[in-house]
Every structure is written in C-alpha cells, then in structure tokens.
Design a protein around this ligand. Structure first.
Ligand code: ADP
Length: 648
C-alpha cells in the first residue's frame, strides 16, 4: 500500500467521509476540529476514520477496519419504526408487566390489529360513560408529521397504508397554552454491554397555536413537528412566554420547571428509564460489530401530571440548523459526539494501514471494543470445546492477573471474529482435535494473530497446537488456570525477547483497547519476523511510537475501568452501577436490570427529607460501593447517584 500521493494534511489528520445528504453542521464541526474530508478520487477506499451516512450494508459492517467508525449499528429499526416499536414494547410489557412498560400510549398496528383496536375503543368508551376518547393515527414508516391525524369517532378513521393508532395524550403539560414535546438525544456506544449516554442539552418543540381539543384538525395546535410548524401562520409571532419560532433549548425548559417547583430529578430519571427500557427491547437482537455508534432522537411528551410518555424513537435525528436553539444544541452535540469517538488528533493506525478487516460475528452480541473492565471474571475465554453460546459467556473457572486479562480479552476477540467469519472452509488438520473443539478453528485465522492464548479443557492440547502450525513454546500455567483448563501461548517464547514481551504487556494494561492491541500484536509479530505478509514492518522501536499514537478505548475511565461518567455534555445513564453493568453483558439479564431501574426510581420518589433508614435496612437501596460514581442525568449539574441516594 503506497500513500505517496497524500498531502501532509491527509497523513496527519483524521479523515471523515460524508454522504451527500449529511447536514452541514457535521462537516463544519469536523473541519473545525481539524479533520479532513475524504476524497474518493484521491484516496484509498479504506483511508478514512469516520463514515457518516444514513445506513450501512452488512458488508460494510463486516469489513470495518480497526481505525474506522460507522455512525450506525445494524438492525436498530426494531425501535425506530413505529410499528416495530409498538410490537417490541408490547412484548416486553407482556413479560415484565404493564406497570413497568407503561410509558408508551396504548397502540394498535392496523390493519392487523383492527379487531383488537375496536375492542379497546369500545371498552374505553364504556369506561368513560359513553364519551369518546381521543386517538391519533400515524403511518408506520413516515416521519415529520406526514399523514398524521387525530380522531374520536371510529368512523373518522381511514387509512390506505399500514398505520399505528395510538391513544392520544389529551392532557399534555402546556406552556402558556402551547403543547410541546422533548427531543432527547441518546447515544449508544455499545450494545454489549449496553452503554447509553444521554445528552444534557436537547430541544423542546412547540405547537405554534394554542392547544384545544375543540380543533383536532389544527395541526399547528396538536403536532409539534418543526417541519409542520415552520409553515404555521404564527411561527414568527412573539408568542406568550414561548417567544417566536417553535423551539427552546432544554436549559430554557429547566428554568420553566424550576419556576413550577417540579421534582425535576424524578422526571429526568423517568425519562432515563424510558430510554433504557426502550433500548433493552432490541439489545439482545443487535449484532455488535466493533466501532459503531448510534445517535437516537427520543420524542417524549410530558403530561399535566408530569408523567413522561414515549412517542417515538428517531433514527438519524435531524441535525439541520434553522434557528437559535438549533445552533446552541446541535453544534455542541456533534462536537461532543466526536469526543465519544475518542480519536486522538493523529491517527497512526490508518496512516500505516492494516490489511485485515476487523470482522464481526453477526450472531454475537459481544464484541471487543467496548469491554468495560479489566477484571478477569468478566472476560470471556476462548474454550476450544464449547458451544458458540458458551464461548460468549464469561467462564468462572479460571483466574488470572490483570495483564493476562487484557491480553486474553483481545486475543479471544480476534480469534473469535476470524474463526466465525472464515471457519467454514478452513478446518483444522486434526480430525480428533476438531471433534474435541466442536467448532472449527482456522489455521489462517491464527496466523493473523500469531501469539494468542487458547484455553482448552480437553487433553489434546499439543495436537490442537501443532495442527495450528505452531512449533514450540506451549506453556501451561496451572496457577492461572484451574485444573482442567490450560493455557497455551502460541507465540514461541524464544522468538519474543523478554523486553518486548514486557512492553507488550504494559501496553495491554495501559490501553485496554483491542483495536490497539490487534495492531500492536500484528506489528510485534512482524517485528520478530513472524508475519512478513502482513503490511508494514515494525520494530520494537517503532512499536513504542505506535503505542503513543494508539486510540484509547473510548468509553472507559482510566481510573476505575468503567464507562466514563461524562463525555462533554453526554452523561452516562446506563449502566449506572456494578449490577447493571454485569447484567447487561452477555448473557443479558433483563430481570435484574428492571429491578435495579425500579429500585432507583423508588429511591427518587421518596420525599427528600424523609428520615432514611440505614442503607442495609432500606428496601431497594443500592450498594454504595457498586454505584461507581454515576450521575443522575437531567439537571445542568447532575448530582452523583451515590450522593443523592445515600445522603443522610
Ligand atoms: P413523526 O415521526 O411523523 O414525527 P410522531 O410519532 O413523532 O411522528 O408524532 C408527531 C407529533 O404528533 C409528535 O411530535 C406529537 O406532537 C404528536 N403526537 C404523536 N403521538 C402522540 C400521542 N400519542 N399523544 C399526543 N401527541 C402525539
């Protein structure tokens, strides 16, 4: 690979790639931050760091390079299409109870659910003494308020495409008579474990005419879409308290809540729970390719009892800047989103090129780039004789030092992703070893990652080892492994100097980033003459250089190895303690997560000045040690969860 053609800018800057329709604010922020735009004619097809587009093909997810980030996850349509969202929420409500999943208005997908809708419509009418309730009908795959109407009488319901009919929240909280909803920006940096950040700023979107149930067909009074209200006759009018236009920032809204003496924290926590519980509906089904990020726009309506309702979840929330509130919120949002990617200014990985795509396994929820701990108990091991499922799960049977944890953690990931993607046609030589191993191990895969660790609970370690083409250097370490689990380091000891090995280990501990490690390993191998076919050669001297230019794992705090509590104005809302962190890994423990969410809500509901029992006595109290200093999302300077929940 030759990069001679590249300008100095290209070799020293991060490179972004945008789709034609990407809002200008994205380009502007990236350019302001010193990034350079990708040039298709000039550059190699993988010579970029960030691709911002409305969606990606599975091949693009599969062939992602270690230095690249895609701005979407696959399969998130499970919550971003109105009918899927309704279906998924109904399913979760069936499992975990309608008192937990009671944050979305009752919905029916028509035409399929027509009979059920009629039954509910009739029941509702009866319950209200013959008075008709209010319903809203929305096409399932349209956005920006298109095709939406509100009705009372079923004879006014007509549709020519698939729609959802939802209970209309007819008692919204009003500001000077105007209805509004909240646009909450949510960023998921990992689905396994689930890591969720909510942006502190956000938008409040108003209807531009006074709300009235007497005028159901007045879209400016009932719908809060900017795309509609921008064309309303009162858009530019200086409306009482709301002002001109149709948007506020979230900070303006907070000032309003203050003036009403509303228990803000409880409301924000409810919204945070809604976000988590909605994401959990799809978490088990999202394959986790590495290096992806998803920005969602959650639309929340607050009723006059200060209960938040989820209206919908938007994929690629609009980033068009067309008023002051947009300028304040969206530019900073994109800025902080870039920080979530956590690139250093100079990206050495891309510059040097890396020939093997970092493939992901479509069946797996787990992936390496977001592992949030270096504690060995949470690190899945590679068991040669195990099922795929068990392979994903942490094994309890071994213990190890931190250094080896990171090593294994990375190694497991590399091996797994390669095996799963190439395994079919590249079997092991030894039939017996294959029988033992239960799944196929590719010699080629291992040769890409020449010194990795394999755990095997069987006896034929040497056979497995030799079948993989390693000649010597097998070491089993009974201290690190339990009785029947042995450790093989396939990189022959002789070929790696102790100095280099020490450097590598230090680096694993320091960076905790498998993306770095994959490069580091490859290059280390090259430096000791192992993989001449694998890209540029590296010596132990430039290995040091490489380490300096490595990209740290972006959501991990250096101090406690937990997801960062705050990145810019993005506040970590999930996981919020050790229990939820553990429960959101593979296998996902939804019940435990629900319990923890409920506990926290209960604590927040307690009157602030109520006399608190001792922590251990209080039902639903958190383990202070386990709450890892998470913030309660919401107010501008959010209190620490531990401080708020444990204050005496
Ligand atoms: P779209 O994707 O077309 O914007 P939404 O579901 O967001 O569809 O609905 C558009 C607007 O209609 C919302 O912003 C809100 O103002 C209003 N709306 C939608 N559903 C409800 C509901 N169930 N109750 C009250 N208002 C609603």
């Amino acid at each position: 690979m030759s990069y001679d053609y590249r300008s100095e800018d290209l070799t020293t800057s991060l490179v972004f790639r945008l789709h034609e329709g990407t809002p200008e604010v994205v380009r502007n922020v990236l350019l302001e931050r010193g990034w350079v735009e990708y040039d298709e004619e000039e550059q190699d097809e993988n010579d970029w760091n960030l691709y911002w587009r409305s969606g990606f093909t599975s091949a693009e997810y599969e062939n992602i390079m270690p230095w690249q980030r895609l701005i979407h996850y696959p399969k998130i349509v499970g919550i971003t299409r109105k009918d899927n969202l309704a279906r998924n929420l109904k399913r979760m409500s069936g499992i975990y109870g309608s008192t937990i999943y009671n944050f979305s208005p009752t919905a029916f997908i028509l035409p399929n659910d027509y009979t059920k809708f009629v039954a509910e419509y009739t029941r509702d009418k009866k319950a209200n003494g013959g008075k008709l309730g209010y319903w809203i009908c929305k096409p399932v795959d349209l956005s920006r308020g298109r095709g939406i109407f509100i009705f009372q009488d079923i004879k006014d319901l007509s549709y020519s495409c698939s729609v959802i009919v939802q209970k209309y929240i007819s008692n919204p909280l009003l500001i000077s008579g105007y209805t509004f909803d909240l646009r909450i920006y949510v960023c998921v940096t990992s689905f396994c474990p689930l890591i969720v950040y909510i942006y502190q700023e956000g938008l409040v979107r108003f209807g531009t005419e006074k709300y009235s149930l007497a005028t159901l067909d007045n879209v400016y009074a009932h719908l809060t879409n900017t795309s509609i209200n921008r064309f309303g006759p009162s858009y530019t009018t200086d409306k009482e308290r709301v002002g001109s236009g149709c948007k506020w920032t979230m900070s303006q809204f907070r000032a309003f809540l203050h003036s009403l003496n509303i228990n803000e924290l409880l409301m924000w926590q409810r919204i945070s729970n809604i976000v988590t519980m909605t994401l959990l509906t799809i978490t088990p089904s999202i394959p986790s390719p590495p290096n992806c990020l998803e920005l969602f726009g959650f639309d929340i309506l607050i009723d006059d009892n200060i209960k938040p309702w989820l209206l919908e979840v938007n994929y690629s929330p609009a980033l068009i800047v067309d008023c002051n509130a947009d300028v304040i919120v969206k530019k900073a949002l994109v800025y902080d989103l870039i920080d979530l990617l956590n690139y250093k200014e100079v990206d050495t990985l891309r510059q040097r090129g890396y020939p093997t795509p970092w493939k992901y396994n479509a069946l797996s929820r787990s992936h390496p780039s977001f592992c949030v701990t270096n504690s060995f108990k949470n690190v899945p091991r590679l068991h040669l004789n195990t099922s795929r499922r068990a392979f994903m799960n942490p094994s309890k049977e071994t213990g190890s030092t931190t250094q080896n944890n990171s090593l294994l953690y990375f190694q497991r990931s590399c091996c797994r992703s390669n095996m799963y993607n190439q395994g079919e046609d590249q079997e092991m030589d030894s039939q017996k070893a294959e029988e033992e191993s239960k799944f196929r191990v590719s010699k080629e895969s291992f040769s890409h990652f020449p010194h990795f660790t394999v755990y095997n609970s069987g006896k034929n370690l040497k056979k497995v080892y030799s079948s993989l083409g390693a000649s010597s250097g097998c070491c089993s370490d009974s201290k690190e492994c339990s009785k029947n689990v042995k450790l093989i380091k396939l990189l022959p000891k002789k070929t790696v100097t102790s100095q280099l090995r020490e450097k590598m280990n230090k680096s694993y501990v320091r960076t905790q980033n498998p993306m770095n490690q994959v490069m580091l390993e490859t290059r280390t191998a090259q430096s000791v003459g192992h993989l001449s076919k694998m890209g540029p050669r590296f010596s132990s001297v430039n290995l040091q250089k490489y380490k300096l230019a490595s990209i740290p794992l972006y959501s991990i705090s250096d101090i406690d190895k937990k997801p960062m509590n705050r990145i810019g104005d993005f506040i970590l809302t999930f996981p919020f303690n050790e229990v939820t962190l553990k429960a959101s890994q593979d296998p996902l423990n939804l019940r435990t997560i629900m319990q923890e969410l409920q506990k926290m809500q209960k604590i927040l509901q307690e009157p602030k000045n109520a006399k608190r029992k001792s922590e251990s006595q209080r039902p639903g109290s958190f383990d202070r040690k386990g709450s890892f200093g998470s913030f309660l999302w919401g107010p501008r300077n959010p209190p620490l969860l531990s401080e708020y929940c444990f204050q005496k």
